[in-house]
Write a protein that binds this ligand. Structure first.
Ligand code: IMP
Ligand code: MG
Length: 191
């Protein structure tokens, strides 16, 4: 059976991070987080849908007791360069008061969404709150949000795969790639 790289060769311009590179880094992050939370219990809070692959792989490298929570949020308005004010579509199932929270994100771009979410969660008085992101685009940052664990810093290019979508496609691709410009143009504004 042909692999994804072969199947999508007309759509993919470049593979930015291979499956192996991702797997190795996720393991390292899991080990680092496990060391840092030694003797503690952690509530892993992940944001749907982009972080699903990452969080699923990451928690399998956590050796401290943890629970898994999901939130779904949507930006107010259609514009992607909004204020970062988000509406909660699905809230946490459990209280985080007095607990150690680790927010797991797929990618931090402007940081606006995460900054808003961070404030919202801090208002619920967790014992601690840390942020872990697989990908980080430092060039694009609009607000200074403290990030504790970063998988990879990447340049300012739109990427897909390993949970990340373009117009809801490519989330299932096991590596991270940049698409050919004609793919973005063809499908119009998306993601
Ligand atoms: P921001 O940090 O508030 O600008 O928004 C981050 C969100 O934008 C992420 O959670 C993604 O859903 C989306 N996003 C930003 N950059 C990319 C990308 O390169 N590929 C796919 N989604 C992206
Ligand atoms: Mg998206």
């Amino acid at each position: 059976m042909p692999g994804f790289a072969e199947l999508l060769k007309d759509e993919i311009q470049e593979i930015v991070l291979s499956e192996d590179q991702i797997a190795r880094r996720v393991r390292e992050l899991g080990e680092e987080i496990s060391r840092d939370y030694q003797g503690k219990e952690v509530v892993v809070v992940s944001v749907l849908k982009g972080a699903v692959m990452f969080v699923a792989d990451l928690v399998r490298h956590l050796t401290v007791p943890c629970s898994l929570e999901f939130m779904a949020v949507s930006s107010y308005g259609a514009s992607t360069d909004s204020s970062g004010v988000v509406r909660i579509i699905k809230d946490l199932d459990e209280s985080i008061e007095g607990r150690h929270v680790l927010v797991v994100e797929d990618i931090i771009d402007t940081g606006l969404t995460l900054n808003y979410l961070r404030e919202l969660l801090l208002n619920r008085k967790p014992a601690s709150l840390r942020i872990c992101t697989l990908l980080n685009k430092p060039e694009r940052r609009a607000v200074d949000v403290p990030v504790d664990y970063v998988g990879f810093d990447i340049p300012n290019e739109f990427v897909v795969g390993y949970g990340l979508d373009y117009a809801e496609r490519y989330r299932n691709v096991p590596f991270i790639a940049v698409l050919r410009p004609e793919v973005y143009n063809k499908r119009g504004e998306g993601a």
